[in-house]
Design a protein around this ligand. Structure first.
Ligand code: SF4
Ligand code: SF4
Length: 359
């Protein structure tokens, strides 16, 4: 009887992102991950490898029917960071998750990927690698990534991966004040590149690891990031929409094997609204879908949305129980009714057309 009160039925998990480390040797202007983490308590310790593996194993039992290896319909674990390739056990955990049948993904600045690392990524069974590249102008990319040679590192990584079918490689590019003029050229470059499989454009958001603040884009310290010429950046987004339509048309007619610009049309329309008026930009009236997301911090704290309380911990080793517990159910209710003017959803975890279909 008591147990009935403690457990509710949780939804099936939809996505898992493990922020395996907060460490990074780049000093990007769009991300403060390289500074001391503002949310980590000093007494926190990262999980040991066997604790991470236990968590991944438990998750695999919860999503058994979705373990289809590399295929896009497979349940995905994103090993993010920081720069996840600086963590000594990332590849071991990728190997473990891939062997269980998860689709495994690493986002990376690319700098550590030489021929040896490329071979290790392939051997670990990694499904996909997302390389960050914001501009085809090395000076712009290096300046905003805060690391001389960042651009060369991405190009080296692409060439190092050339012998391998997996991981497939895509580019993630951030649209901000100093990059949007070159975004269309970058997307076209990916379209014609024989080794790159996709490009995802992201709209500049308030940098990671800074205290969330409405109106962040007007702050002096972020002034290099937010596009000053609203009409010009909206024009760029309009061109991306045109490219997307043309790609889809070519694909429909059988003239292109795939549509490489992977942003959805509703998402690109949302970028237009966002750059036009970030303050009134809101998700649509449907409730937030992060109630089935699993986001795990480098110290093993498990969340659905980082703006709400923790639902569990990798250290405790009881994830399936935590997922269905009353605490998780309460947080899920809050997420479902969350009315935050949330910019996070503009770039990540959209499902089909959610949350932009009504914009
Ligand atoms: S955006 Fe990526 S590469 Fe840049 S500091 Fe953050 S974690 Fe490092
Ligand atoms: S709308 Fe944003 S803040 Fe609210 S639950 Fe969803 S992701 Fe979290």
């Amino acid at each position: 009887m008591i147990l009935e009160g403690l457990f509710a039925k949780g939804p099936e998990p939809g996505f898992c992102c493990i922020g395996i480390t907060d460490h990074c040797f780049f000093k990007c202007k769009m991300c403060d991950k390289w500074k001391t983490d503002i949310s980590v308590k000093p007494e926190s310790r990262p999980p040991a490898v066997k604790e991470w593996k236990h968590f991944i194993y438990q998750l695999s039992r919860m999503v058994k029917h979705r373990l289809k290896g590399h295929s896009p319909g497979s349940f995905e674990i994103n090993f993010a960071g920081g720069e996840s390739l600086t963590h000594p056990h990332t590849l071991e955990l990728v190997r473990y998750a891939s062997d269980l049948g998860f689709r495994t993904v690493i986002p990376s600045n690319g700098y550590l990927i030489d021929k040896r690392m490329a071979e290790k990524l392939n051997k670990a069974g990694l499904s996909a690698l997302n390389l960050s590249l914001d501009s085809l102008d090395p000076a712009i990319h290096d300046k905003f990534r805060g690391f001389p040679g960042a651009y060369k590192g991405v190009m080296r990584a692409i060439e190092a991966m050339r012998p391998y079918r997996f991981p497939e490689i895509g580019i993630i590019t951030i649209i901000h004040d100093k990059t949007y003029k070159g975004t269309v050229d970058l997307v076209k470059w990916v379209e014609s590149h024989d080794k790159l499989n996709w490009v995802l454009c992201m709209a500049i958001m308030q940098p990671n690891n800074t205290i969330f603040e409405s109106g962040w884009y007007s702050r002096q310290d972020f002034s290099e990031l937010w596009p000053k010429d609203k009409a010009a950046v909206i024009d760029t987004v309009g061109n991306l929409i045109r490219i997307k339509k043309e790609e889809e048309e070519r694909h429909r007619k059988g003239h292109a094997a795939a549509v490489k610009l992977v942003n959805t049309m509703p998402q690109l329309s949302a970028f237009r609204n966002y750059f036009s008026d970030p303050e009134s930009f809101v998700k649509n009236e449907r409730s937030c879908n992060l109630d089935n997301a699993i986001q795990v911090s480098a110290v093993g704290e498990i969340y659905m949305c980082y703006h709400y309380d923790q639902i569990g911990s990798v250290h405790k080793g009881d994830f399936p129980k935590a997922w269905k517990a009353r605490t998780a159910s309460h947080i899920r209710k809050k997420i479902k009714s969350c009315r935050t003017n949330c910019h996070e959803l503009i770039n990540c975890y959209f499902e089909d057309e959610y949350p932009f279909d009504a914009l």
